[in-house]
Design a protein around this ligand. Structure first.
Ligand SMILES: [Ca+2]
Ligand SMILES: [Ca+2]
Ligand SMILES: [Ca+2]
Ligand SMILES: [Ca+2]
Length: 275
């Protein structure tokens, strides 16, 4: 069934070569929906590969979306407030978002331009706590976040600086304190330190902690891996396809460490199955 979409590309990515998936703990009494799990976007294939368990195993679903090899950046979020995450693509050449409300193949449900593109980094979050995700962008040259509450054209609903700007810091977003509203964070990859902010406004970090070895080119991710309290953080090592997830915003070892895919691609997170 999956090979219908991509021919041999699944095999090429190694997703079919995994051992059977192991049983994952069920959701607890956390936020609406279920636990967040990881996924992978292959820009070269123009395809998403998602898993419903944060563990070794094959993809739970795989589908093509959008053009391949044109520099799109993947995002994911619950754009329609259904407690199931959809996917999306951001075109840095034009600043255009193409959001799809369900994690499957099809056309985009929301298409709009936000910002000027270029070096801006796309984000996803429920910035106003109404149950639906929208997007934002981070300008790394100035350390400025521009957040939008609804997935459509128009100006930013929140604009603020956080962190130094002009560095190699990478933005991440999540509901760190579990109050139902997402805010932002930054990873300094040089020291592998996370800087977490609970409110989408300027000011000092609410949480600062190291996770992972310094100096690696890991990508930060966030999600409610245990479906309890707030979001945790994680790191994706594209060199090996390894995900490291941590439930609490404190220094320590990964609560889950696994490979998904054969490396490369862009890591995304979401609640793909609503449980
Ligand atoms: Ca919202
Ligand atoms: Ca929050
Ligand atoms: Ca949690
Ligand atoms: Ca889930």
């Amino acid at each position: 069934m999956l090979s219908r979409f991509f021919g041999g590309s699944l095999v090429a990515l190694g997703l079919l070569a995994f051992a059977p998936m192991t049983v994952h703990a069920g959701p607890g009494g956390g936020p609406p929906g279920g636990d967040d799990t990881v996924g992978l976007y292959s820009e070269a294939a123009g395809a998403f590969f998602l898993t419903n368990t944060n563990d070794f195993g094959p993809a739970s679903s795989a589908f093509g979306y959008g053009a391949s090899s044109v520099g799109f950046v993947a995002v994911a979020g619950d754009w329609s407030g259904t407690n199931v995450s959809g996917v999306g693509l951001y075109d840095p050449a034009t600043g255009t978002f193409f959001l799809r409300s369900t994690p499957d193949a099809g056309i985009s449900d929301f298409t709009f331009t936000f910002g000027a593109g270029g070096s801006a980094v796309p984000l996803s979050g429920d910035w106003n706590g109404d149950g639906g995700h929208s997007i934002g962008i981070y300008d790394p040259s100035t350390g400025t976040f521009f957040l939008k509450n609804s997935p459509g054209s128009g100006g930013a609903d929140a604009t603020f600086t956080f962190g130094p700007g002009g560095e190699s810091w990478i933005p991440v977003a999540g509901d760190w304190n579990g109050d139902g509203t997402d805010s932002v964070g930054l990873l300094d990859p040089v020291t592998s330190t996370f800087f977490i902010k609970n409110v989408a406004e300027a000011g000092p970090a609410d949480e600062t902690f190291g996770f992972g070895a310094p100096g690696n080119a890991f990508s930060p991710i966030a999600g409610n891996w245990d479906n309890l309290g707030g979001d945790g953080i994680g790191l994706y090592d594209a060199a090996t396809g390894t995900y490291r997830l941590r439930n609490s915003l404190t220094p320590g070892l990964a609560d889950a460490k696994f490979t998904f895919g054969a490396g490369g691609g862009q890591a995304i997170t979401g609640d793909w199955d609503g449980n």
